[in-house]
Design a protein around this ligand. Sequence first.
Ligand SMILES: Nc1nc2c(ncn2[C@@H]2O[C@H](COP(=O)(O)OP(=O)(O)OP(=O)(O)O)[C@@H](O)[C@H]2O)c(=O)[nH]1
Ligand SMILES: [Mg+2]
Length: 371
Amino acid sequence: MQSSHRIILVDVVDPHVPLKQAEEELAELRALVKTFGGIDTMHVFQHRSKPSKDSFIGSGKLQEIYQTVHDEKVDIVILNAIVKPTQLFHIMKSLWPVNPDIEVWDRIDLILHIFEKHATSAESKLQIEIARMSHMGPRISGLGGTLFSRQTGGVGGRGQGETNTELMKRHWRGLIKKKQEELKKHASYRLLQLERRKEKGIKHIALVGYTNAGKTTLFNALTGKQKIMKDALFVTLDTTIGKAQLSRTGPLLTVSDTIGFIQQLPPSLIETFKSTLMEAIHADLILHVADVSDDKRDMKIEVVQSILSDIGAKDIPQIIVFTKADLLPEERWGEFAQLKARYAQFSPLFLSTTEKINVDALKRRIEERVR
Ligand SMILES: Nc1nc2c(ncn2[C@@H]2O[C@H](COP(=O)(O)OP(=O)(O)OP(=O)(O)O)[C@@H](O)[C@H]2O)c(=O)[nH]1
Ligand SMILES: [Mg+2]
């Protein structure tokens, strides 16, 4: 995707959702769009009502969007929600007269496009492809009546009563299954490596946390590696494992850095990423990295805990590592004590990786815990 893309955001907010929460969610969408790159135009349509059944957004709003797409030469419309494929298709169709190449994405589409930009390994590429196919699938078959009826005309002979749409769906499901089989091979290879480490008695530490919390920065500090870190969302997609010896006489450990979490991730996406998240599921200790200076810190901690519980990692010993302590302004220092009490069961620790404050204390804590 080039940086010349012109994007508009549409936020559909349930009337029961408090305005503040809606604003926060929109801010996150904006950060995602920024990560995706290139926003020439940014109009936000806030719509505080229940989504409409056919087109998700009401016809009046759709008319407004139509006009903006025309005036601002928009190529991508992004809805801050998880939207049914048929509804996305409906919106896209109604914008065709002003831009036949218009793309209409929901939140998942946007996340998948970002993932795609950052994926480097065969495994993560495969995971994204599966997620993309599962998410797109129904939309493709939604087109069945129009486009594919012509294209699949030649397949024929596979059962008289079967419509082209059904054929297309079956073909699609078959493709997804094949990719899933391929992914399973990666997963079993990972499992084999895990078991080998276990046999050797090497303890494994997994870094997890919300996206942009500072996981990779901490990973580099613990392992001496130099992985890319950046002030953007989903910079890391692939799981990397590094060796670490945290003190002169301490044991050799392995540490893994992996994809960050985000709110409103659909379960299917988590399921797909289970292969790379396996390191977390089988860890001896989880370091839950959270940005202490972030206003949405507590909500993000909740999101991470709930995903950990989804993937079956909730009973693994966990330390909450609050990073970026250097960014917490003095008038908020009272929060240290509050957080210490609130998350006491996760023996919280406060540090700054970039300023090298308290990183040694974390190293000592890790060694105590894995002993
Ligand atoms: N001031 C300050 N900045 C930090 C600290 N730790 C990380 N950062 C910055 O926070 C940003 C995000 O850091 P990353 O390590 O890439 O975060 P991540 O959790 O790996 O992010 P994703 O892989 O995108 O999910 C970078 O710009 C880091 O330089 C810290 O202790 N203090
Ligand atoms: Mg990272």
